[in-house]
Structure formats: structure tokens, C-alpha cells
Write a protein that binds this ligand. Structure first.
Ligand code: HEC
Length: 180
């Protein structure tokens, strides 16, 4: 009788332990984790599939040429005093500061001022002139127009202000470059 009872007790115990163990085991095995993204998406267009490999191109800059005709040299001078003069001089023979002297810059080739330590990015363009559109793009967003430039300046967003500044730069010359 007591043997029979022990057997029953033992089997109940065993079953209990097995049950508990299975529960723990299953919990470890299939513990539900929240997915950060749905494993499948129904109906939705394939996400990211069409994303371009490179960074999206910046919106193309409007050409500055049409704005130059009505640009104001005086306003450009004021803007340049405020935005550029902390780093640049504009007069003939003016000293280089954080940036190079900008006398006669319109039409001049890149990185030509004697004794100024230009970036490799700018020196690489030394056979290209600073024409109106090159100046426009550079003043709008220096780091975007010339990745690697040393000109730590955010840029001038307003096209009209850029036109004014460029007309002021043009005026700093004994022989201003022809208008486009
Ligand atoms: C914080 C200082 C700083 C400010 C502000 C700044 N610049 Fe510059 N600028 C530089 C430096 C440094 C360079 C040299 C860039 C290089 O070599 O990559 C430079 C280069 C240039 C060049 C090319 C010169 C060359 O000989 O190739 C032009 C043009 C220019 N700056 C125009 C401007 C104008 C216009 C403004 C104002 C709207 C301005 N910069 C504001 C520091 C500055």
C-alpha cells in the first residue's frame, strides 16, 4: 500500500517537475521579443528599395547671372563687411587673414593668392577661374560646393544677397570682369 502510494506520489512529482521544466524551457526557447520592424509588410510598397545609393543630390542652384544686372554693389559691400570681412580683406594688396585677400577675385583662378595656405580641395581647382556661377555656388554653401574647403562659413541662402556680394567682389578690381 505504502509502496503504491510512493509510486503515485513519485510519478506526480516527476510529472510536475517535467511540466515546470518544460515551461521554463519553452519560455527560454520562444520568449516573445518585440520586433523593431514588422517582419512582413502587407500591401505597402517595398520600403527603401528605391532609395538611391548615394546621398540625395542637393537641389540645383538657380544661375546667378540673371540677378547680377539689378544687383546692388552698396548692399553687397555692407553684406561683405558683415559676413566676410572677419576673414577676408578686399583691397588691393590687402593682407591675408583667416581667408585670402579677395582683390580682383572675379575671373581669377582658384587658390592664387601668394602666401596663403589653401586647402587641397581649392588647390586642386587652380586651373579653373572663379567665374560668376562658381562664386555663386561657393558663397551659397562652401562645404557643399567644395568638399574639403577650409572656409568655415555656412553660406548665404538668399540669391539676391549673393548677387549683391558678387557684384561687390567684382567692383574690387582695377579692371572689373565683364558681366555675363
Ligand atoms: C570664417 C572665415 C571665413 C569667412 C566668414 C568667409 N571666408 Fe571665404 N575663405 C576662407 C578661407 C579659409 C578660404 C580658403 C578656402 C580653401 O582654401 O579651401 C576662403 C576662400 C574664399 C574664396 C576663394 C579664394 C581663392 O583665392 O581661391 C572666396 C571667393 C571667398 N572665400 C569668398 C568669401 C565671401 C564672399 C565671404 C562672405 C560671404 C566669405 N568668403 C566668408 C574663410 C572665410
Amino acid at each position: 500500500m505504502s509502496l503504491e502510494f510512493n509510486k503515485i506520489a513519485a510519478s506526480i512529482l516527476t510529472a510536475g517537475i517535467a511540466f515546470m521544466g518544460a515551461g521554463i524551457f519553452a519560455e527560454v526557447l520562444i520568449h516573445p521579443k518585440k520586433l523593431s520592424q514588422p517582419a512582413i509588410s502587407l500591401g505597402a510598397a517595398p520600403q527603401q528599395a528605391a532609395a538611391p545609393a548615394a546621398a540625395p543630390a542637393a537641389p540645383a542652384l538657380e544661375p546667378i547671372a540673371p540677378l547680377l544686372a539689378n544687383a546692388s554693389v552698396d548692399n553687397g559691400r555692407q553684406l561683405a563687411q558683415r559676413l566676410c570681412a572677419s576673414c577676408h580683406s578686399f583691397n588691393e594688396g590687402g593682407r591675408n587673414a583667416v581667408g585670402p585677400n579677395l582683390w580682383n577675385i572675379v575671373g581669377k583662378r582658384h587658390a592664387q593668392v601668394e602666401g596663403f595656405n589653401y586647402s587641397a580641395a581649392n588647390r586642386a581647382l587652380a586651373d579653373k577661374p572663379w567665374d560668376y556661377e562658381a562664386l555663386n555656388a561657393f558663397i551659397a554653401a562652401p562645404a557643399r560646393a567644395m568638399p574639403g574647403t577650409r572656409m568655415a562659413f555656412a553660406g548665404v541662402a538668399s540669391p539676391q544677397q549673393r548677387a549683391d556680394i558678387i557684384m561687390f567682389l567684382r567692383s574690387n578690381s582695377a579692371n572689373p570682369a565683364p558681366l555675363p
